[in-house]
Design a protein around this ligand. Structure first.
Ligand SMILES: [Zn+2]
Length: 463
């Protein structure tokens, strides 16, 4: 549908140009409603590049109501007559482009904005969307059958949005390939704390409300944004290696938590910095919330968000994602093993570091325990399909792939490859082909057969 619409615009442009015999720039055309992800065709948007979001969020846990204003600074990548943002649910009351009222329509999860004047390619523009309503979490098979997104807790909200729920609480180009920086301002009832990405700029009480302003000055994928609100005990400081750390723990969990979140976060941040390259963000930390219904934790940028399920291995996993997933992000969601396979492998490296089990033995434990007939071996980590993008094979077989690679190219090349990868694609996006290319370059070996077998061929690979 949309393709034929752009094609029609193209045809009109050609007709107009030839009639007037001008060599004008391409006529303005609507931006595409999706960024071209095979698993999520509608996510992200074409025609512009998101650069900075200023999110203003007011949330009332008593009514569940969110009132928001999102101001997105973006750069047009074509002459734009209109463009889309992703927004699921909620009501839009006003849209402005560069300070002037703009027309808008809703079509499913798309918010289509038509500015008064077309936007010229290469130009920065600001779109401000005023909106509100009760955000609904998403559900379905994707995230282990759990709800995810904007999830109400006893004292506020837990916000963890991978892969497609950021647009349930703010209008966005909701795809990891369109990263931006963020200012996030949260207004909540006095006594509650709003915790978000990056560093705390300011917090103060006024009237019956607490205002908190966070700034993420490093590029961030939309699904890694959070505005988690509730009662929190906060501890701040620096890791022994010098990285600022901010750990917020729901006081309800203070005595039930068998792991020292602060200490493990600090130790893992420092150890991964030795192995994977400099810590990519301005602060590390954790958000530990009372959210047992969410059966998952998420590598929220700079502060992983932990639901009631957490352990030392979960913490080291989510912190490894700060490099693999958050700084180096997937180009498309089918590349998800570049996040989960690597973070799982990091758990094996952590055990090796602790002296409890070598990565080789972790590999064998996973490999030997699954006979060839096990359905596990039918999921392809390199293209697991949308509804099974978080299947255990993406994690475990993905990690096995890295161990096989390590044993093929040797420790020296392998431990040069990991920091080379995080350096080459720092704050950017990459896909599996990029990783294969770099692994071949660093090792000086042809590795196509290894990755074909382990990522793209059904069945249990022979050793
Ligand atoms: Zn993970």
């Amino acid at each position: 549908m949309e393709l034929s619409r752009s094609a029609r615009w193209g045809a009109v442009a050609v007709a107009v140009a030839s009639f007037f015999v001008t060599a004008a720039a391409p006529a303005p055309a609507p931006g595409a409603p999706g960024i071209g992800d095979p698993y999520f065709p509608e996510l992200g948007n074409g025609g512009f590049d998101a650069r900075h979001y200023a999110l203003d969020i007011a949330y009332d846990p008593d009514t569940d109501r969110l009132d928001g204003r999102t101001t997105l600074t973006a750069r047009a990548t074509q002459n734009l007559s209109s463009f889309d943002l992703d927004l699921q649910g909620l009501d839009v009351t006003r849209v402005q482009v560069d300070g002037r009222r703009a027309a808008f329509t809703r079509d499913g999860d798309e918010l289509r904005v038509t500015p008064r004047d077309f936007l010229r390619k290469g130009r920065d523009f600001r779109v401000a969307v005023t909106y509100g309503g009760v955000p609904e979490p998403l559900s379905g098979p994707i995230v282990f059958g759990s709800e995810y997104g904007w999830m109400k807790t006893p004292d506020g909200v837990f916000v963890a949005c991978e892969p497609n729920a950021a647009s349930t609480w703010f209008p966005s180009s909701d795809h990891p390939s369109d990263k931006a920086t963020y200012d996030i301002r949260i207004k909540a009832p006095r006594g509650l704390t709003g915790v978000s990405n990056g560093r705390l700029v300011s917090t103060y009480d006024k009237g019956g409300s607490t205002y908190t302003h966070w700034r993420e000055s490093r590029p961030m994928a939309s699904y890694l944004a959070t505005a988690t609100i509730g009662k929190f005990d906060v501890r701040t400081g620096r890791t022994p290696g010098g990285t600022p750390i901010y750990v917020a723990i729901d006081p309800v969990l203070a005595d039930s938590n068998s792991v020292d979140v602060y200490a493990v976060t600090a130790a893992a941040t420092d150890y991964w910095s030795e192995l994977f390259g400099p810590y990519p963000f301005e602060e590390t930390g954790a958000i530990v919330d009372d959210m047992p219904e969410a059966g998952f934790s998420l590598e929220v940028q700079s502060k992983p968000a932990y639901s009631a399920v957490r352990s030392e291995t979960t913490i080291v996993h989510e912190l490894a994602h700060q490099w693999f997933g958050d700084s180096v992000s997937v180009a498309h969601w089918k590349d998800i093993w570049l996040n989960e396979g690597f973070a799982t492998y990091a758990q094996w490296l952590w055990s090796e570091h602790q002296g409890t089990r070598t990565a080789h033995d972790s590999f064998l434990a996973g490999y030997d325990s699954r006979p060839a007939g096990n359905a596990f071996w039918q999921t392809l980590p390199g293209d697991p399909q949308r509804d099974t993008m978080f299947a255990s094979a993406v994690y475990q077989r993905g990690a096995m792939t890295l161990q096989v690679l390590r044993e093929r190219i040797g420790d020296d090349a392998f431990f040069r490859l990991l920091p080379a990868w995080t350096k080459l694609h720092r704050y950017g996006n990459a896909d599996t082909a990029d990783f294969v290319r770099l692994a071949e370059k660093v090792s000086g070996q042809r590795l196509g057969d290894l990755f074909d077998t382990w990522l793209f061929t059904p069945g249990k690979p022979a050793l």
